[in-house]
Design a protein around this ligand. Structure first.
Ligand SMILES: [Zn+2]
Length: 163
């Protein structure tokens, strides 16, 4: 199965000119234009905390955005986590609300975050599944943080309960 090329991607050139230095060493960026506002919000939030922020790679994995950058600054790492978590609720094609379309058990297909309009008929037919215990959460240096929608921020929280 090959990567579906049928939707516009974020252009690395645009990011390099908008945020000098941040994306200069990025080798690989392959994510949909729908996630551009999340990437921009991440940089705008993280950069004041870590002026030497460098993004090395961005891609989609298991339906959500992954950003590779090795910042030691907590606030920058939380901003990165926030963008990645919100990508699971944002259509990668258009930026409207969506969710990760997971193929039913036994079906081999890509996981993709799509709104109803940009989901394929196949993806629309898949049952919506509940998120796992760690959904919306991230761990940094032994502490857990959860994405709080009302605050649009990562909030320190108790570890998830595994069932
Ligand atoms: Zn869409």
């Amino acid at each position: 199965m090959t990567h579906d090329p049928d939707f516009p991607r974020i252009k690395l050139d645009d990011l390099q000119s908008d945020y000098p230095g941040v994306f200069d060493s990025a080798l690989y960026v392959d994510v949909g234009i729908g996630w551009l506002p999340l990437v921009r919000a991440f940089v705008v939030e993280a950069l004041p905390h870590d002026p030497s922020l460098e993004v090395h790679e961005m891609k989609e994995k298991w339906g959500t955005l992954r950003i590779w950058c090795d910042t030691p600054v907590l606030a920058a790492r939380l901003a990165k986590g926030k963008a990645e978590i919100k990508s699971g609720q944002t259509c990668e094609v258009c930026g409207e609300p969506g969710y990760v379309r997971r193929p039913p058990p036994g079906r081999y297909a890509w996981w993709r975050c799509r709104c109803d309009e940009h989901a394929s008929p196949d993806q629309r037919s898949w049952p919506r599944r509940e998120h796992g215990a760690m959904s919306g959460m991230m761990q940094v240096r032994g502490n857990w943080y959860r994405y709080d929608e009302a605050a649009d921020a990562m909030i320190k929280t108790d570890p998830p309960e595994f069932r």
